[in-house]
Design a protein around this ligand. Sequence first.
Ligand code: SIN
Length: 499
Amino acid sequence: MDIDTLLGALGVALPAQGAHMLEVTSPIDGAPLAKVAMQTEADTREAVAAAQRAFEQWRMVPAPKRGELVRLFGQVLRANKEALGRLITLETGKILQEGLGEVQEMIDICDFAVGLSRQLYGLTIASERPGHRMMETWHPLGVCGVISAFNFPAAVWAWNAALAVVCGDSVVWKPSEKTPLTALACAALFERACVAFGAAPPGLLRVLIGGRDIAARLVEDGRVPLISATGSTRMGREVAPRVAARFGRALLELGGNNAAIVAPSADLALALRAILFAAVGTAGQRCTTLRRLFVQREVYGELVPRLIEAYGRVRVGDPLAPDTLVGPLIDEPACRSMQSALASAREQGGTVHGGERIAVPGREGGWYVRPALVEMPAHGGIVCDETFAPILYVMRYDTLAEAIAQQNAVPQGLSSSIFTLDMREAETFLSAAGSDCGIANVNIGPSGAEIGGAFGGEKETGGGRESGSDAWKNYMRPATNTVNFSTDLPLAQGVRWDL
Ligand code: SIN
């Protein structure tokens, strides 16, 4: 299916002309996909105003009815999974299986949000005053600004939007400039759900295609109480102070430098498969990609040669071909930053296996690389930086305490895992003295997310939690209510204040 037919099937109509047009190219071969009109700062102000008007209506719709809109959106996604998954692959270069997986993740969060629409619970609290009752009520928050990254161009938006919509909020979305078509397709599919729903206010979802100037206006807009931003730590350093300066809420999901520990008791065959997917899947361009591997000295000689051999067998190529496991990097700068990190690793004593750019016949304009495994003499230097590419640094360790300390000795704190069949080791890793990350796994790799669990991490990862668990509370404001059903007026703390 060519791109015009695909966009047509998804309901995306692109204006032929605009004052500023963004040329979208595919990382598969560098070929142009489409031209998209870019929005201005005035458009941003107008979009927020429209979203605010929508919010004022939407917040009064009962939450289970709001859930009905999200249920319909999930149905539209099911019907268009193949087309949207393919578009994600064309725009990001991730393999089709993963493009489809991303749409499935959107469907899953819709299902989660529909259930949640009947569970926006608050507490009741025992009052110290006779004849009084206290409770906590959760109200819709307002316009939610969502800034998303190229690597999960649809699912991460859906984590935010599905929850925000059932919570009674409206959404203004600024997607990555590298993936505007996926965003426009998501908006068109959401619009189909709104038509089927019949009574969704216009402006409930607005998409802003543009660059950092547009993102900056959204971030600074006092009418947007929540900014949920996914991207680099550098981006988070710009967003967080601006949101804080106006006392807004920032939900940040930033860099990760995720690690796994392989203990002597590990099931090495299982660990090998898990490590491989976590380190090379999505061409190393997941926030949760495995980037550092600590292998206990006793099993290093058995595991690492097998891993190097498996790296040599990974099929890199056209992400639309059914047997490909790793597609291209997003662009040339990504390839350059990978090569520069590998050069630093060599200077720091590392032995690099793989990592070179490779030519894929017929796809010469794409930036394809062989995933790199780098044996490092010690933890430190380049290993502590996140390079958004398939580089796995491998190091030996002696004691579990040492491995956990090194795992935690980076600025980022997103995801982590341990491979062990020793219950004491597993529980130590999960304990308060173990992994300091927002995600800590046992006998699976650190990459990927299931929408039921909260997603996010600590330190330079930004501290935000999206998706499952009680992440919905980010999109609502709690009010504490005290109700006096007595004829008296006692003050709290027994304070006497009589005229
Ligand atoms: C990520 O790692 O970037 C997102 C993980 C997921 O959605 O599966």
